[in-house]
Design a protein around this ligand. Structure first.
Ligand SMILES: [Zn+2]
Length: 184
C-alpha cells in the first residue's frame, strides 16, 4: 500500500480505539470482552413487576402524588446480566460502586428505584432526580427537594407495606422493595 494512504488509516484507527475506550470509561455502554461486559440499560416498565408488588407501588405513587410529589420510576425489573454488570462496576470494571449484591429483588420484579420528577430549580430541562446534582447555584435547593421527597417515600412505603432502602446500613434512598415472604 502506498505510504500516503497508510497515515490517514493509522489516524482513523487510533481515533476509533480512543473513542471506544473513552465511551467505555465514561459510560460502560460499549461492548467489551468479558469481564468488561456490556451494561444493559435500566428498564422502567412497571408491567414487568410482580403483580402484587406493582399494586403496592401504584398505591405508593398515588400517595406521593397526593402530597404534591411527582415520583418517577428510574428502574423497575432488572435482568441478572445487568445486575452482574452493575456489581462489576467499581470492582472489576471502571466506575464507582453502585450496588452491594448480585442477588437483587430487582431481578425478581420486586423492587423499584424512584426519583423526584419535579423540575430542577435552575437546570433547564432537567428534573431533581436523585438530588445528587452539584456545582450550580440551584443544586442545594434540588438536594433539599430530593431529601423532602425521599423522607415521604420512606414514610409512605412503610404505610403501603413496602421496604425502603433508605434505612439500610448502605442507604439506598431511591430503592423500594417488597417485604420478604414469611415462610413457615
Ligand atoms: Zn433499587
Amino acid at each position: 500500500m502506498p505510504i500516503p494512504l497508510l497515515l490517514p488509516l493509522a489516524v482513523g484507527a487510533s481515533a476509533l480505539v480512543g473513542w471506544v475506550g473513552w465511551r467505555w470509561w465514561r459510560t460502560g455502554e460499549v461492548s467489551m470482552p468479558a469481564p468488561l461486559a456490556f451494561v444493559p440499560r435500566a428498564d422502567k416498565d412497571p408491567s414487568k413487576l410482580e403483580p402484587a408488588f406493582r399494586a403496592k407501588v401504584e398505591a405508593l405513587l398515588g400517595a406521593l402524588r397526593a402530597r404534591g410529589h411527582r415520583p418517577v420510576i428510574a428502574e423497575a425489573w432488572r435482568s441478572q446480566a445487568r445486575q452482574d454488570a452493575l456489581y462489576a462496576q467499581g470492582r472489576t470494571r471502571p466506575g464507582v460502586i453502585v450496588t452491594w449484591t448480585t442477588d437483587s429483588e430487582h431481578t425478581r420484579g420486586r423492587a423499584v428505584d424512584l426519583i423526584d420528577g419535579r423540575p430542577h430549580p435552575t437546570r433547564s430541562g432537567e428534573i431533581v432526580g436523585w438530588g445528587s446534582w452539584t456545582g450550580s447555584p440551584g443544586d442545594d435547593v434540588a438536594k433539599a427537594m430530593a431529601d423532602d421527597f425521599y423522607e415521604d417515600v420512606g414514610e409512605l412505603a412503610e404505610d403501603v407495606g413496602l421496604v425502603w432502602g433508605g434505612t439500610w446500613s448502605n442507604p439506598d434512598k431511591a430503592h423500594v422493595q417488597a417485604r420478604s415472604e414469611v415462610t413457615t
